[in-house]
Design a protein around this ligand. Structure first.
Ligand SMILES: [Zn+2]
Length: 301
């Protein structure tokens, strides 16, 4: 058991971090520029993002490596730098949190689909091993596989991440269907991901991005109907993005997100942070609400 799972097993609610992409843009990342190249070209700026989340009260921070797999990096001609960019990502976050802080190495989808035959299971395994081993060797405590929509890709990523020996989190992204249920873009329901991901070796499961905080309550409830004890991590976005006056705007303010904290904890969330549109102010608001509710929540097996 790694340090993340030890903290979870202590039974307290934990706070994770918020968005990285929009933060990098605010710091000057240009459209079409490779975000992960900043781990080498602007490491102080990347480190500062992690620091801002620590200052806001996060118990753990992610790494600037969401798209640092060789298929996504190919777009920039950086595919052979995958290992180095992931290692540098973890080093930036580790410097920000110090030796005792928790670093979650971020892994996103490759954008390639097994179902169409454009990539093989073996190629995906190699890609995720390259990425997760880079993150581990840069100092990550755990791997977080996120924004997954294809269960098969998620399973391959979890197995590859487990080969690092670190704790593994896996979260999928679900959309609200016209009938009120939630499904990933590839048709997977929250309840359907639970057993396959645990069988693959995931220590913590959950959901990220999606439809804002309120929708996450339904997703957590569905997970809990099939598994009452697995630790759950939720990174909601700040609501569905709106396009106003040429700008992307997220409707959930820090106060609105904080108003959903109680319902999420009561549904069974263990770790709460944010996704797209969230900032250190959102994380601080979540932290303050969780501190009010910080009694040990459940007896974990
Ligand atoms: Zn998001």
């Amino acid at each position: 058991m790694g340090r993340l799972m030890q903290r979870v097993r202590e039974g307290h609610y934990l706070v994770s971090d918020g968005a990285w992409g929009t933060f990098l843009q605010a710091k000057g990342l240009k459209p079409g520029e490779c975000p992960e190249q900043w781990n080498i070209d602007h490491p102080d700026e990347v480190e500062d993002i992690a620091k801002q989340y620590v200052l806001a009260g996060a118990d753990m921070v992610e790494t600037n490596s969401f798209g640092a797999n060789r298929y996504k990096l190919e777009y920039f001609g950086f595919e052979d730098n995958a290992y180095a960019l992931n290692k540098a990502a973890a080093e930036c976050s580790r410097r920000a949190v110090g030796p005792d802080g928790l670093v979650l190495g971020s892994v996103g989808p490759t954008g390639k689909f097994l179902i169409t035959g454009e990539v093989t299971e073996e190629q995906l395994t190699q890609t995720f091993e390259e990425q997760t081993h880079g993150l581990r060797n840069g100092g990550a405590d755990a791997i977080i596989i996120e924004t997954m929509t294809d269960l098969e890709e998620a399973i391959i990523a979890v197995k590859a991440a487990k080969s690092t020996g670190l704790d593994v989190v896996c979260t999928m992204t679900f959309d609200l269907m016209p009938d009120g249920s939630y499904r990933s873009m590839m048709g997977v329901a929250p309840a359907e991901m639970v057993e396959p991901l645990l069988e693959a070796g995931a220590d913590i499961i959950g959901s990220n991005c999606g439809n804002g905080s309120a929708g996450m309550v339904a997703i957590v409830n569905e997970i809990r109907t099939v598994n009452p004890t697995v630790p759950i991590l939720i990174h909601a976005n700040a609501g569905m993005p709106l396009y106003e006056n040429g700008q992307t705007v997220f409707p959930e303010t820090p106060a609105i997100m904080a108003s959903h904290v109680d319902a999420l904890l009561e549904a069974g969330v263990n770790i709460l942070g944010g996704c797209c549109g969230t900032s250190p102010d959102h994380i601080q608001a979540i932290r303050e609400r969780i501190n009010v509710k910080s009694t040990p929540k459940m007896t974990l097996v």
